[in-house]
Design a protein around this ligand. Structure first.
Ligand SMILES: *[C@@H]1O[C@H](CO)[C@@H](O)[C@H](O)[C@H]1NC(C)=O
Ligand SMILES: *[C@@H]1O[C@H](CO)[C@@H](O)[C@H](O)[C@H]1NC(C)=O
Ligand SMILES: *[C@@H]1O[C@H](CO)[C@@H](O)[C@H](O)[C@H]1NC(C)=O
Ligand SMILES: *[C@@H]1O[C@H](CO)[C@@H](O)[C@H](O)[C@H]1NC(C)=O
Ligand SMILES: *[C@@H]1O[C@H](CO)[C@@H](O)[C@H](O)[C@H]1NC(C)=O
Length: 396
């Protein structure tokens, strides 16, 4: 007796079996029909068991997708229009874990010319604990420049944001799979801080139009209007990563010999964590598996990893692309372990004239007096006076 039974591989074969039943109904002896019927039942039961198992383990959604993709007819093409790659994801929410996200974010195009009109955007990435008390100032800053920026926020998962739909911050929180507490984030030098920064960069990379990536905190403010900042970033030949060799105890003194050969003492760098990088450096950050384990293991307090990991890693991989300075102003002049925080009483036109005009640096290898585009740290109480003088002092 010839049988077509045995393999239960695909639904195609299942269908064939059904056809066989119909065509043999009248010719074959009842035993053969019965055998085929039992086989068919077995296939159905097996399928049900697999479905139930999948529901239990992966949730209903993946079952629906599986079933749908199995039954899809041949003439239905998936939507492969370029829009899928060109447009930003419609929602920032996704279910990828860090490993999946970083892999996805590391996709890079090799043809440099885009086959569509690409307006390069700046990704403003806010690393916060909870709320953004200075958001009204930022709203004013962004107003009228839609299409040239995107906003990303990484806050503690326990924090629930409440921005109205009209806000530039609405729906801009990225999924944060971080397990640190508020106490931990305020403690310096935890790898979880770098993890959060990498997660921000990775999420921002998913939008192909993001060309520059700026890391900010809830206490940061812009010092110029959007056009000035956009132009300054766009025309710069270098990315603004603070990276220098500090021979002292809080520089080279934090280096651990076990980091060699990946990181040697002469390659060891220090710098502020508040960076501005371009897309190629952003990919360096998400794809790194070479330096990360070394820093995770051998740079623990008194070594503060957020002050060393990116400045060192990027200096090793792309030193010719770095300006070796930060564009975020901060005041360490009061001494101590933390920079100064400015409140209501500190805000005046003179205060910002000093920041605007009192610095010298190099921009594209030329001397420049515009050195800082952002400043920190500003307390929530500074908001009112900042809004009052912003038009006159910042130009927005
Ligand atoms: C494919 O997607 C684009 C944008 O998402 C849409 O405009 C287009 O109509 C879709 N095409 C098909 C065949 O569904
Ligand atoms: C950005 O990345 C490219 C590599 O794609 C590099 O050649 C270029 O100099 C970088 N620009 C800046 C401003 O760092
Ligand atoms: C280097 O790190 C290891 C592991 O954390 C530690 O045991 C060792 O004391 C460190 N060495 C120096 C010189 O700090
Ligand atoms: C930044 O420092 C590196 C050495 O770490 C150097 O090669 C590079 O030229 C510096 N960049 C600028 C703009 O001076
Ligand atoms: C931004 O500021 C610059 C310099 O202060 C000014 O020339 C320019 O008109 C401002 N742009 C807008 C759009 O307000």
């Amino acid at each position: 007796m010839q049988t077509r039974s045995g393999s239960v591989g695909s639904l195609e074969e299942g269908k064939e079996t059904v056809v066989t039943i119909r065509s043999t109904q009248f010719k074959s002896p009842p035993l053969r029909v019965l055998q085929l019927f039992v086989l068919y039942l077995a296939v159905c039961i097996a399928f049900s068991i697999i479905s139930i198992y999948t529901i239990q383990h992966f949730g209903i959604y993946s079952v629906i997708t599986t079933v749908k993709s199995n039954f899809v007819t041949c003439d239905e093409e998936p939507n492969d229009s370029l829009d899928h790659w060109r447009k930003p994801p419609s929602s920032l929410l996704h279910s990828m874990n860090d490993k999946e996200l970083f892999w996805r974010a590391s996709f890079a195009t090799r043809i440099k010319k885009y086959p569509f009109n690409r307006f390069p955007k700046i990704a403003f990435m806010f690393l916060t604990i909870g709320p953004l008390p200075l958001s009204p100032l930022w709203e004013r800053f962004f107003n009228g420049h839609e299409g040239l920026y995107s906003v990303y926020i990484h806050s503690l998962p326990s924090f629930k944001a409440e921005f109205p739909p009209s806000s530039v911050f609405y729906g801009r929180h990225i999924p944060s799979q971080c397990f640190f507490t508020a106490e931990e984030i305020s403690e310096w030098g935890k790898m979880s801080m770098c993890d959060a920064e990498r997660r921000l960069v990775a999420n921002a990379l998913l939008d192909i139009s993001n060309e520059w990536f700026i890391l900010l905190s809830e206490s940061c403010i812009p010092l110029y209007n959007f056009s000035v900042i956009y132009h300054y970033i766009k025309k710069s030949r270098y990315s603004f990563v603070d990276s220098f060799d500090d021979p002292g105890p809080v520089g080279r003194g934090r280096y651990n010999e076990s980091m060699a050969p990946e990181v040697t003492l002469t390659q060891w760098r220090k710098g502020s964590q508040w960076f501005e990088i371009n897309r190629s450096l952003a990919i360096n950050i998400v794809e790194d598996i070479k330096y990360y384990p070394k820093f995770e293991r051998f740079c623990q307090p008194e070594c503060y990893v957020d002050e060393h990991y990116f400045p060192t890693m990027l200096a090793i991989q792309a030193s010719n692309l770095l300006a070796n300075r930060s564009i975020t102003w901060v005041d360490w002049s009061r001494g101590g372990a933390h920079p100064a925080t400015f409140g209501n009483a500190d805000i005046s036109e003179e205060f910002f004239i000093r920041i605007h005009e009192g610095n010298e640096c190099r921009y594209n290898n030329q001397p420049s007096s515009i050195c800082f585009l952002f400043a920190r740290k500003f307390a929530p109480g500074a908001l009112e006076p900042l809004l009052e003088i912003s038009a006159k002092v910042f130009g927005f």
